[in-house]
Design a protein around this ligand. Structure first.
Ligand SMILES: NC(=O)c1ccc[n+]([C@@H]2O[C@H](COP(=O)([O-])OP(=O)(O)OC[C@H]3O[C@@H](n4cnc5c(N)ncnc54)[C@H](OP(=O)(O)O)[C@@H]3O)[C@@H](O)[C@H]2O)c1
Length: 254
């Protein structure tokens, strides 16, 4: 299937590694051009290089917690790519912890980057997007079911999901689509780090895999291909959805 991505331009945040990078890889493999960003200059440069560099992939440094980042990313995206057909917004996940032991400082940091960082980028982006564009938010299965020891994610993601749903309704008449992706356990640094915090990381992984019908963690490229499809013109009638990419882990249908 031709996804229709050839020549299109996409902005990806949190994309020097992990899920954002995997999505960038899938987009570039199907002919799109990307601007990838994260907070660390070396990581961004390496990621853009691994994606083939200009004219296929450009990199820029941006911390989504910085209020100035959104406008700058959109300006650079238009300059480097010549056009912007959408974005995949991924941000480093909130600090782990329970409701009672998560500090107010950790909540505030997550609100600044995960919540406000995403909102600011979307608001900067929408005015420059045209019909056929798409915005994807990388969220979590915590949109639908709380994850133990990820209280801040459990608190913020459902609100972002409903915000994305509202935005899909607002932007639908302009032909701009909005969707959320709900990764379960995809084997990125983030997930390996969370497992690594337990007393027995291998046992933690085996226990997590036992709760996944496909009986394994997902591979980043499996997530990346879903993201690229959802962003592409091939998904032109898909909007306002929260799509689990979780090997069947979520048990409820809705
Ligand atoms: N992997 C999974 O299975 C899974 C499951 C549920 C939810 N998620 C969520 O999906 C998102 C991405 O996860 P991941 O597994 O790809 O994580 P990851 O492997 O840790 O990668 C995170 C990426 O985001 C960048 N980043 C971190 N903080 C940032 C900030 N404030 N502004 C801009 N970029 C930032 C990192 O680069 P720098 O350090 O250079 O900034 C890196 O490129 C996270 O929010 C995570 O909670 C992932």
């Amino acid at each position: 299937m031709d996804l229709g991505l050839g020549g299109r331009g996409y902005l990806l945040t949190g994309a020097s590694r992990g899920l954002g990078f995997a999505a960038a890889r899938a987009l570039v493999d199907d002919g799109a051009r990307v601007l990838v960003s994260s907070r660390t200059p070396d990581s961004v440069a390496r990621a853009a290089g691994e994606l083939g560099g200009p004219p296929h992939a450009f990199g820029t440094t941006a911390d989504l917690a910085d209020p100035a980042a959104a406008g700058r990313l959109v300006t650079e995206g238009r300059e480097q790519l010549g056009r912007l057909d959408g974005a995949l917004v991924s941000v480093g996940g909130p600090a782990p912890g329970t409701v009672l032991d998560s500090s107010e400082e950790d909540w505030r940091a997550a609100v600044d980057s995960v919540l406000l960082g995403t909102l600011r980028l979307v608001r900067a982006l929408v005015p420059v997007l045209g019909e056929g564009a798409a915005i994807g938010l990388v969220l979590s299965t915590s949109v639908r079911e709380p994850i133990p020891h990820l209280a801040i994610s459990n608190g913020l993601r459902p609100g972002l999901a409903m915000t994305a749903k509202s935005l899909a309704t607002e932007l639908g008449p302009r032909g701009i689509r909005v969707f959320g992706l709900l990764p379960g356990r995809i084997a990125t640094d983030r997930i390996l780090d969370i497992d690594g915090r337990s007393a027995d990381p291998d046992a933690a992984r085996r226990a997590a895999e036992a709760a996944i019908p496909l009986a394994r963690y997902g591979r980043p490229e499996e997530f990346g291909r879903v993201a690229a499809f959802c962003l592409s013109p091939a998904a032109s009638y898909l909007t306002g959805v929260m799509l689990p990419v979780d090997g069947g882990m979520l048990q409820g249908l809705w």
